[in-house]
Design a protein around this ligand. Structure first.
Ligand code: HH2
Length: 279
């Protein structure tokens, strides 16, 4: 049975884990950003935890298509007060960032996982995470958020994404990061058309180098709007839950979601069904 190490936590992957999204941004694509609203952000994190999230993922820079980068100072100002509060609860906390300065401060504040949509693309990032005991989520993105959806282009999306993830995993291992600290993510919606996203979802289990655990982030994304006749973000919960279940069936081990309670209910149905198969 697979497991992974995440700071002082160890997770068994005998069931899918839920990573609850806590956006501390002014401009997240799903409109749930809580930048500068400390009490509301803490309450939201608390709710995600009480609804059954296994890990809370705090992000203070939007990566939506067209997003402008935040400065280090802006990101830290939005992140640290909430991060410190949430870490004081003694729960596993992930920080969604691609900036080494933010990674270092997040780890000192008690973060257990660094979730980097650039797969530690900054030259200083790998040194910072390898010196700690945090887990690392390596995500694939083609291009950068500002322009990534302009012309996504691949020969074979599955092999390109899995080769990229393989190279990033090998860089981590060469820097001394134990394999059981690594997660990989194909990066749904990050420089991908609907057809690219569907191809990755269909073959999800094959994107992971070394059979590493796979995190899938499909929640509320525009591909789900496109598949449901143009539903706006606020009406994508049913499609998000369906996508989460299908991702698990196709190989995901962790689900990054906005709607924790609904996802947990759906996973309970799946678990009961799977249990019956082994009796
Ligand atoms: N998606 C988003 C942000 N971070 N990290 C991983 N590993 N995988 C994802 O699919 C992923 C991610 C986008 O979602 P959200 O954080 O809700 O939006 P925004 O970036 O606009 O704040």
């Amino acid at each position: 049975m697979k497991s992974f190490r995440c700071g002082s936590y160890r997770f068994s992957l005998d069931r899918p884990l839920i990573v609850g999204v806590v956006n501390l941004t002014p401009d997240s694509f799903s409109g749930d950003g809580l930048a500068g609203k400390h009490a509301a952000a803490v309450a939201h994190a608390r709710r995600q935890w009480e609804e059954g999230a296994d890990i809370l993922d705090l992000g203070a820079e939007s990566s939506r298509p067209g997003a402008m980068p935040a400065t280090v100072g802006e990101e830290l100002d939005r992140l640290l007060p909430v991060l410190e509060t949430v870490c004081s609860w003694g729960v596993p906390v992930s920080v969604d960032t691609c900036k080494p300065e933010v990674m270092a401060r997040a780890l000192s504040a008690g973060a257990s996982l660094i979730n980097d949509i650039t797969a530690l693309g900054h030259p200083d990032a790998l040194g910072i995470v390898s010196d700690s005991d945090c887990a690392i989520c390596l995500m694939h993105m083609q291009g950068e958020p500002r322009t990534m959806q302009a012309h996504p282009c691949y020969g074979d999306v599955l092999s390109e994404v899995s080769s990229f993830l393989g190279r990033r995993v090998e860089a981590c291992v060469a820097a001394g990061v134990d394999e059981d600290r690594l997660l990989v993510d194909p990066g749904f919606g990050f420089g991908k058309t609907l057809q690219h996203n569907l191809a990755l979802l269909r073959s999800l289990g094959r994107v992971a180098p070394r059979g590493l655990p796979i995190l899938a982030g499909l929640s509320r994304k525009s591909m789900l709007g496109a598949l449901t006749g143009g539903r706006p973000v606020a009406e994508r919960q049913a499609a998000s839950v369906a996508a989460a279940l299908l991702a698990v069936q196709r190989g995901a081990h962790l689900l990054r979601v906005h709607d924790v309670a609904a996802t947990k209910d759906a996973l309970a149905v799946l678990a009961a069904l799977n249990e019956g198969e082994t009796q």
